[in-house]
Design a binder for this molecule. Sequence first.
Ligand code: Q9C
Ligand code: ZN
Length: 400
Amino acid sequence: MEAPEDPRRRRVGLLYDERMCRHATPDGESHPENPERIRAIWLKLESEGIPQRCVVLRAKEAEDKYIALVHTQSHIKLIRNISSKEFDSQRLRIASKFNSIYFNKGSSEAAYLAAGSVVEVSEKVAKGDLDSAIAIVRPPGHHAESDEAMGFCLFNNVAIAANFLLNERPELGIRKILIVDWDVHHGNGTQNMFYKDPRVLFFSIHRFDFGSFYPAGDGGSYCMVGEGAGAGYNINVPWEHGQCGDADYLAVWDHVLLPVAESYNPDIILISAGFDAAVRDPLGGCCITPYGYSLMLKKLMGFAQGKIVMTLEGGYNLNSIANSVLACAKVLLEEKPLVGSIEVQPFESTWRVIQEVRHELKTFWPALAVELPQNVLASNGRPCPVEDAHGWLWFKFADF
Ligand code: Q9C
Ligand code: ZN
């Protein structure tokens, strides 16, 4: 006879589907956003026995009517048709009209599966069939705009799922959604889709480098707080430079994200979980460790009754993303306590950014209005890295 299921055991959904590996560069050119990314994550989880402890799900294609909640008909038509035979001779030219996009014969199916997967697991978590879930999908989504593919993203997977819960499944009682975008790049597409919508609190923490880091411009600035009824429901935490790590992210968690999440009281949390702020990522230049990600996630589990859906966005070092997702899966499974430690203090610039963000948002979120205690401020910060004209990193000591 089978042992009875432990009622405290967490039901964690884990979605992976090999068909999402068929989206690849057309002539086998190397590219950071390649099929090995999700394969490496899956292999790592398998080698650690994670799938056996989860509810494993295969991907399903999203329906056009759900994609249409956030994308235009012309964009949907393009992504639907781009892999068909008639487009064989035009694919390269069409891709070149977009910013950082490639297409091949597998792109349409992968894009529909990625979006459909996030919809599927989000619905199951919202219903309570699952406690939480991880969707290991590609192509990623958070740069995709309503009418445009961009930054390796075709459909905005997380935005589609959020809109699906709010508009297509009102009976599930999901009225407020917190989207936490910890990909190292600003989630421009998601921000724009919910900019006037108070039902979605969009929080993005990203390298900004004063507007020079991808996707570049002013969109990722802390001044972008939302508009109309959505004013106060868009929060950007823009790093001034690279090298940010566990201490910096956790300081933002403690002094911005968690107080806001507490007041907002979301019904579910969707994480745009890029792992390109991980240590050794070739694009991000930041240094979050697997332990750092696990703490960031753990601290979010205190909200929305632990209803959390993690969706892969970026992340380009195969070992880093595999180890980071593994650490997060262990947190969701709640099987044993986390072990690790954070060795350094946040940068001086981190405290500056935290204060700027708190100042900008304090009229909307009273919890941010109180002055930070003097002992956590500049005295506590470590010098910031500055790059000279030759790309050398120096450390800037303030006011000597
Ligand atoms: N100078 C994601 O992480 N870089 N996308 C282009 C052009 C594009 C990243 C650099 C980075 C896109 C999902
Ligand atoms: Zn990214």
